[in-house]
Design a protein around this ligand. Structure first.
Ligand code: ATP
Ligand code: MG
Ligand code: MG
Length: 534
């Protein structure tokens, strides 16, 4: 159904809207201001923006604020910030609550037209009746009675609070979404925008189609798990007499080992299992950005997913692989070595005193600039590298040249305690098996900044939580892994949020300084299931 005029996306996929007229397309992203945006919302927002741009149309950001029990102004602010982070810029920002007056009038019209009725059937009983296809005893109440009850609801009286308004569509349609859905409810809590003005609120099922039409939306993008509700959506528009529009549905985004429900994410925050909504282990827009996912990779990924109707749990690898392709050519390269059991090395033939040379920050991209490398006859290398050296093996010191292993001194614990190398600059680096990173031993003049390298694991232990699974039973016990190291002094120029490569270690994003130590988060690169080993 999503055929007609199509474009080739950067990913090479044909993506288009039905009956789209250039310059006249209006799409909308309708977040509920009840939490932070996650990667699933990012998909919806990006697709909406993509189509609006593709047809030179407009994108509306509409806060779907019909439930005062869940919504707050604070979330509107953070959602707008998150959209900015995603490079999503709506042409206008609206609220469903802007239309409360109109929606109320439409509800009156529905009642007067015989398309809605007031009902006081208990919630549980109503659910059962809907399931079994049984009519409410109020289904055929008079228009006068219905209007009277609606007025009670509007006044928020004790009597009114017992009632709701239901659309009169069908008692027993095979599509259960058509079985007289609730369209108005009483709620006495103050609304974050309209205050005490209203005691009644439209449901999403009623408000969304009507406001879409009122606001001029031409194509409503919806996730396909609610495809059953499409008929209901069209029915609402028909009954209102408003302009019709098209639904374009797409699959809901899910990832393995990942929770994409605000309620469950709230739980992790409350239990202090994460540092907050911007935790790098979180699938929130803030979390994934902080983890080093670029907006470009996200966009490419969402367009790749665009036309897919399959509701599956995706692997994180794909998105991190796209990300790596974007960051690799531009991420400046630095060195760090692990502090634990780092091995001091004396280099025979090394410089008598410290020497400093300029080297490119990226061997294949001169535009990235130069960095200073400190050369000394006394360097540090990693235990793992040192332990791998054979006697008299010729190895390559990166950005320097070859050297031959002469002595290896072992400590009591079998770890290498120190090494001597003979510099052998005539040697051919193409002939050595080991090309290692190293750092000049720190001096007061040339200290080595301490760094923490942080890697993460999934927060839950099960690929896909089922409806009846209790999150508590599937919490990964340890999900943060820290290693201490030294970095070359060039890392001092890096700013929060900068992405770098630590050669032979991978890609990292600089997060913040904690007690004088700079923390870098490992950016998954799509290998080994996206998350490095424990
Ligand atoms: P949650 O279940 O996390 O509370 P929601 O769907 O209730 O999410 P909304 O703020 O109502 O959150 O969603 C705004 C828009 O984002 C909707 O159009 C919705 O279809 C879309 N959306 C939400 N989650 C996903 C997802 N996982 N994949 C794709 N689109 C999504
Ligand atoms: Mg919702
Ligand atoms: Mg939801």
């Amino acid at each position: 159904a999503n055929k007609a005029r199509t474009n080739k996306t950067a990913a090479g996929f044909a993506l288009g809207l039905q009956d789209a007229v250039d310059g006249q397309v209006v799409t909308r992203f309708p977040p509920e201001p009840s939490g932070y945006l996650h990667i699933g919302h990012a998909k919806a927002a990006m697709l909406n923006q993509y189509f609006a741009k593709m047809y030179n149309g407009k994108l509306l950001i509409r806060f779907d604020d019909t439930n005062p029990s869940k919504e707050k102004t604070e979330f509107e602010d953070t959602i707008l910030e998150d959209l900015k982070l995603l490079n999503i810029h709506g042409d206008t920002v609206t609220h469903t609550s802007d239309h409360f007056e109109k929606l109320y009038e439409f509800a009156i019209k529905f009642i007067k037209d015989g398309n809605a009725y007031a009902d006081d059937t208990e919630k549980v009983e109503m659910r059962k009746q809907r399931w079994d296809g049984i009519a409410s005893k109020h289904r055929d109440d008079s228009i006068e009675d219905n209007l009277k009850h609606f007025e009670e609801m509007k006044a928020g009286t004790t009597e009114g609070q017992r009632w709701c308004i239901r659309a009169k569509i069908s008692v027993d349609d095979n599509n259960k979404a058509m079985r007289d859905p609730v369209i108005y409810r009483c709620n006495l809590l103050p609304h974050h925008r309209t205050g005490d003005k209203w005691k009644i609120y439209p449901t999403y099922d009623f408000a969304c189609p009507l406001v879409d039409s009122i606001e001029g939306v031409t194509h409503a993008l919806r996730t396909n798990e609610y495809r059953d509700r499409n008929a209901q959506y069209y029915w609402m528009i028909d009954a209102s007499g408003l302009r019709k529009l098209k639904i374009w549905d797409f699959s809901r985004l899910n990832f393995i080992y990942t929770l994409l429900s605000k309620r469950k994410l709230h739980w992790f925050v409350d239990q202090k299992l994460v540092g907050g909504w911007d935790d790098p282990r979180f699938p929130t827009v803030r979390g994934i950005r902080r983890r080093g996912l670029t907006v470009e990779a996200l966009q490419q990924f969402m367009l790749l997913q665009g036309p897919s109707q399959a509701v599956v749990s995706l692997e994180w690898d794909t998105i991190w692989t796209l990300n790596k392709k974007i960051i690799d050519p531009v991420a400046p390269r630095y060195w760090a070595i692990l502090k634990e059991d780092a091995v001091p090395v004396t280099i025979n033939g090394g410089p008598a005193s410290i020497e400093i040379k300029s080297n490119p920050k990226h061997k294949k991209n001169a535009e990235i600039g130069e960095k200073k490398t400190v050369y000394s006859a006394h360097i540090l290398i990693e235990q793992e590298d040192a332990a791998s050296f054979e006697d008299n093996e010729e190895i390559t010191l990166m950005d320097w040249g070859n050297a031959i292993v002469r002595t290896k001194e072992k400590g009591a614990n079998e770890k290498i305690k120190s090494i001597t190398l003979d510099l052998h600059l005539e040697g051919d680096f193409r002939k050595t098996k080991k090309k290692i990173t190293w750092l000049a031993q720190p001096t007061s003049e040339h200290p080595l900044p301490p760094v923490t390298l942080v890697d993460f694991d999934y927060l839950i232990t099960k690929k896909k939580l089922e409806e009846n699974d209790d999150v508590k039973d599937f919490v990964t016990p340890v999900t943060e892994f820290k290693e201490l190291g030294f970095a070359d002094a060039n890392v001092l120029e890096i700013k929060k949020g900068d992405i770098i490569q630590l050669e032979r270690k991978g890609y990292f994003i600089y997060d913040q300084e904690v007690n004088g130590v700079r923390e870098f988060f490992k950016i998954p690169d799509g290998k080994a299931a996206g998350i490095a080993s424990k």
